[in-house]
Design a protein around this ligand. Structure first.
Ligand code: SAH
Ligand code: SF4
Ligand code: F3S
Length: 451
C-alpha cells in the first residue's frame, strides 16, 4: 500500500509555463504516491497551491485563496494544505505564511520539488504537524531526480520541455532571478532523450522553455548554443512543431534567425518582450538593448522569416516613465505591429533594484496608460487577424470542445500560434493537422472551417 492511497488531491496554479511544468512534476509525484487527482476542492484530502510572485496581484490572489481554504479546513481538519512555487522562495512571504496562515501544513520551494514525497509523508504519518522546506539551491540528488521524475505527462500531444532554469539578467523590476535562481542549462543529451521519449508517446508539438532561451548553453562546457540545440531537436522523428519561449532581444543571434527560417518544423512565432519603447526606461530596466537595436532585430526577423508572427510583453508605469517615454512605447508598438501583446502595469517587487527608484508613477496614470496601450494593440491585432480571412492555413487540432447533435467543435493553432475555433465536425480530428479556411477574425482568435 502506498502512503497516499485513497487520498484525493487538488492543485491550483498561478504564473507562467515554468509553473505549469512544475505542476506536471508535482502531479507525477502525487500519482506515484497513490493519490488521485480531483477536479474539485471539496472532496480533496490534499490541496497544493503553485504560486507566482511576478506581480503583487498574483501574490494577493494566493493569500485570498488561503483565506478560503481556512474555512474548508474548519469542516475537514484532516485536509492537508500545501504551498509551493515562486512566492515561498521569498523570506518575507515564508514568514507571513508561518505566522499568519496556520492552516498551511506544507511549504516546499522551487528547489525542493523532488522532496515532495518525503515531506508529505511526514505529515500523512503524523511525524510532523507542519513541514516547511525551502532551499536556495539544488542538492545533487535534486538535480538528478528532476531529470527522471518529470518524464511522464498527463497529455503528450503538446509537451513542455524546460531547457534552462532560472535567469541571469536581473532586469531591475523583476523578481524571477531571486525566486528561480541563476541560469542553469540542462545538458543537450538529456533534452534530446526527453524529447525522443515524448515523441514515442505521441507528442507532436514541443514547447522549449526558459526565461531566456537565447542564452541557452552559455553555462555549459563547449560551444553549445540555442540555435545548435534546435538543429538537434529538428531531427527527432515524430515532432512536427517546435515552439520556444522566451526570447530575450539582446541575445537573438543571426544563426538563430537562420535555423528558424530554414526549418519547416520550427514555428514562425517569436515572442520578443520589448518592455518599453523609451531608451531611458530600457536602460533603467537594465534590458541590455536600445529601442533602435530592437527595431533593427525586428526588421531582420521580418526580412528573413516573412510569415513570422511577433508577440511581446510591455510594462507601463515603470518608475520615472514620463508621458514622452510612454509615447515612445506607443510609437514602437505602432511601428512593429505586433500580432499581440501582454501588457502589464508595473508592480513594485520587494528586493529588486527598481524598488528603490523614486518617481513612482501615480496609479491613475498607470491605468490610463495601460488602457491606451491596450486599445492601440487590440486594433492592430484585429487588423492583422482580418488579413487572414479567406486564407487556408494548416492547423494542429489540440482541443475538443462541446458536443452538439453528434457533432463536436474543436480548437487549434496556426503555426504562428493563433487560436482557431473550428466549425463543428463529425469525425474525431483531435491531434491531427487540418487545412482550415479562415472565415472570421476577432481580436484574440480566428474562426475556421476544415477544407
Ligand atoms: N523571462 C521572460 C518573462 C518573465 S516574466 C522575459 O524576460 O521576457 C513575464 C513578464 O512579466 C515580463 O516580460 C514582464 O513584462 C512582466 N513583469 C515582470 N516583472 C514585472 C513587474 N515587476 N511588474 C509588472 N510586470 C512585470
Ligand atoms: Fe525577469 Fe528579465 Fe530574467 Fe525575464 S530576462 S525573467 S524579465 S530578469
Ligand atoms: Fe511567476 Fe515564477 Fe513564472 S514568479 S512568472 S511563476 S517564474
Amino acid at each position: 500500500m502506498k502512503i497516499a492511497d485513497n487520498k484525493n488531491y487538488y492543485t491550483d496554479i498561478w504564473g507562467c509555463q515554468m509553473n505549469e511544468r512544475d505542476l506536471e512534476i508535482i502531479e507525477n509525484l502525487l500519482d506515484e504516491m497513490g493519490a488521485s487527482k480531483s477536479t474539485s476542492m471539496d472532496d480533496a484530502d490534499i490541496i497544493i497551491l503553485i504560486t507566482c510572485s511576478v506581480r503583487e496581484k498574483a501574490e494577493n490572489k494566493v493569500f485570498t485563496k488561503l483565506g478560503e481554504l481556512a474555512k474548508l479546513k474548519e469542516d475537514n481538519p484532516n485536509l492537508i494544505i500545501g504551498v509551493c512555487g515562486c512566492m515561498v522562495q521569498q523570506k518575507r512571504v515564508l514568514k507571513r505564511i508561518k505566522h499568519r496562515f496556520p492552516q498551511v501544513d506544507l511549504v516546499f520551494g522551487t528547489y525542493n520539488l523532488h522532496r515532495l514525497p518525503e515531506l508529505l509523508s511526514k505529515i500523512i504519518e503524523r511525524k510532523d504537524n507542519r513541514v516547511m522546506e525551502v532551499w536556495d539551491e539544488w542538492d545533487e540528488l535534486g538535480k538528478e531526480r528532476l531529470e527522471s521524475i518529470g518524464l511522464n505527462r498527463k497529455d503528450y500531444l503538446k509537451s513542455k520541455v524546460i531547457i534552462s532554469y532560472g535567469c541571469n539578467n536581473y532586469c531591475s523590476y523583476c523578481i524571477v532571478p531571486y525566486v528561480r535562481g541563476c541560469e542553469r542549462s540542462r545538458p543537450p543529451e538529456n533534452l534530446i532523450n526527453e524529447i525522443r521519449f515524448l515523441a514515442d508517446k505521441g507528442c507532436k508539438e514541443i514547447l522549449l522553455l526558459g526565461q531566456n532561451v537565447n542564452s541557452y548553453g552559455k553555462d555549459l562546457p563547449g560551444e553549445m548554443t540555442f540555435a545548435a540545440l534546435l538543429e538537434h531537436v529538428i531531427k527527432v522523428e515524430g515532432i512536427k512543431r517546435i515552439r520556444f519561449m522566451t526570447s530575450h532581444p539582446k541575445d537573438f543571434s543571426n544563426s538563430l534567425i537562420k535555423v528558424i527560417s530554414e526549418s519547416e518544423k520550427i514555428c514562425n512565432h517569436i515572442h520578443l518582450p520589448v518592455q518599453s519603447g523609451s531608451n531611458k526606461i530600457l536602460e533603467m530596466m537594465r534590458r541590455g538593448y536600445k529601442r533602435e537595436e530592437y527595431l533593427k532585430l525586428v526588421e531582420k526577423i521580418k526580412n528573413s522569416i516573412p510569415d513570422a508572427s511577433l508577440t511581446t510583453d510591455v510594462i507601463v508605469g515603470f518608475p520615472g516613465e514620463t508621458e514622452d517615454d510612454f509615447q515612445d512605447t506607443l510609437d514602437l508598438v505602432k511601428h512593429v505591429e505586433f500580432d499581440s501583446a501582454y501588457t502589464f502595469i508595473y508592480s513594485t517587487r520587494t528586493g529588486t533594484e527598481a524598488e528603490k527608484f523614486d518617481k513612482q508613477v501615480e496609479e491613475k496614470i498607470k491605468k490610463q496608460r495601460l488602457q491606451n496601450l491596450m486599445q492601440l494593440q487590440n486594433k492592430i491585432s484585429l487588423r492583422k487577424n482580418k488579413e487572414l480571412v479567406g486564407k487556408e492555413l494548416e492547423i494542429m487540432i489540440d482541443q475538443k470542445r462541446d458536443v452538439k447533435n453528434g457533432k463536436t467543435s474543436y480548437m487549434g493553432r496556426t503555426d504562428t500560434n493563433k487560436i482557431v475555433a473550428i466549425e463543428e465536425f463529425s469525425e474525431n480530428i483531435l491531434g491531427t493537422f487540418q487545412e482550415v479556411k479562415i472565415i472570421e477574425a476577432k481580436t484574440w482568435s480566428l474562426k475556421g472551417r476544415v477544407v
